[in-house]
Design a protein around this ligand. Structure first.
Ligand code: SF4
Ligand code: MG
Length: 321
């Protein structure tokens, strides 16, 4: 609810002093038990920061985070500890998140031991079970991270996130670092695990094509704000926000003749250190009006039942001019 987060960014090389980057600006949304919420936007829009704030890996500056009826916003690390098992993260780069000097079995056992599960025989059985869940052979537990392919390492990252039987997993671009041919396998594994283990996902991605098959709902972020949120089919087929429409038309169609009216966004996103006034998208929006530069649109349900932050939401078909 109303999450805000800023970072102070200073550079030794820049002439000026510190800059304040508003990474999250009044972000509110729900994640329902058992669903996958896709969180989509260009790099730098704040989606990773949001994922980390949800799990209290970063502390937000303002707003509240409610998890299963607990207000975890200001909980001490000690009070949070029993809940930590329920909320886990899968990282983008599985290799960077695995200590190269340790065997996979030790890396996975670490999570169990840290949460007081010290029975060696029980842990061995659990590790074998985890390997089975992610489709790896139990004898792989004796190997080191460099002995695995990228896709296998991400399976290990997923096994580690599953070790403590979580309820919620925030997956931060879990397939972006993988070969395209491997991406679908890992997305399918996550979908399969969700069904078997009744997991809830926040699935972060920089484009809509990755989440369209796994997400029940999609939230689209732009410069630290959510600009649209809704059922995946609605958002993909009838985008109400001009930015969503532009993101969708930026996904290449397999058949170039089927590609209608690609909208190419003008320029790079503005710096989050100096966001535009009013609607943050107005500097790139093809249908901006004078009102847009002066008045910030709030995220709210429009007449058609779409939740969108725009003064002039698109109707029927979500086409931009
Ligand atoms: Fe475009 Fe205005 Fe809507 Fe912003 S509020 S997305 S500038 S039409
Ligand atoms: Mg990121």
């Amino acid at each position: 609810r109303n999450l805000t987060k800023h970072f102070n960014v200073g550079s030794r090389f820049a002439s000026g002093g510190r800059q304040v980057v508003q990474a999250l600006d009044d972000v509110s949304f729900d994640v329902f038990a058992g669903e996958t919420l896709g969180l989509v936007g260009e790099s730098g829009c704040g989606k990773s920061t949001l994922g980390r704030c949800l799990l209290r890996l970063y502390d937000a500056d303002g707003g509240r985070i409610l998890f299963n009826g607990h207000d975890i916003t200001a909980m001490t690390e000690r009070a949070l500890r029993p809940l930590r098992a329920d909320m886990q993260m899968v990282f983008q780069d599985p290799y960077a998140s695995l200590n190269p000097r340790r065997r996979i079995g030790d890396l996975l056992a670490e999570a169990l031991i840290a949460h007081g599960q010290t029975d060696a025989a029980a842990n061995r059985a659990r590790l074998a079970e985890l390997m089975g869940l992610v489709g790896l052979a139990p004898d792989h537990l004796d190997r080191f991270p460099h002995e695995f392919s990228g896709g296998q390492r991400q399976r290990i990252g997923i096994a580690r996130a599953l070790a403590l039987n979580p309820k919620l997993i925030v997956a931060d671009e879990p397939v972006s670092a993988l070969d395209v041919s491997i991406q679908a396998q890992v997305v399918n594994l996550l979908a399969d695990l969700q069904e078997r283990l009744a997991l809830t996902y926040v699935f972060i991605a920089h484009d809509l094509s990755v989440v369209r098959h796994i997400a029940d709902r999609v939230a689209v972020m732009y410069l630290g704000t959510i600009v649209e949120i809704g059922a995946t089919d609605d958002v993909l087929h009838e985008p109400a926000h001009p930015y969503t429409a532009a993101l969708i038309s930026a996904v290449p169609e397999p058949d170039p003749l089927a590609q209608t009216a690609r909208t190419i966004l003008q320029g790079e996103p503005p710096s989050p250190a100096n966001p535009p006034s009013g609607c943050r998208f107005h500097t790139r929006c093809p249908i901006a009006q004078p009102r847009c530069a002066g008045e910030r649109p709030n995220l709210s349900a429009d007449a058609a039942g779409r939740t969108v932050a725009c003064h002039f939401p698109l109707t029927a078909g979500g086409r931009l001019p």
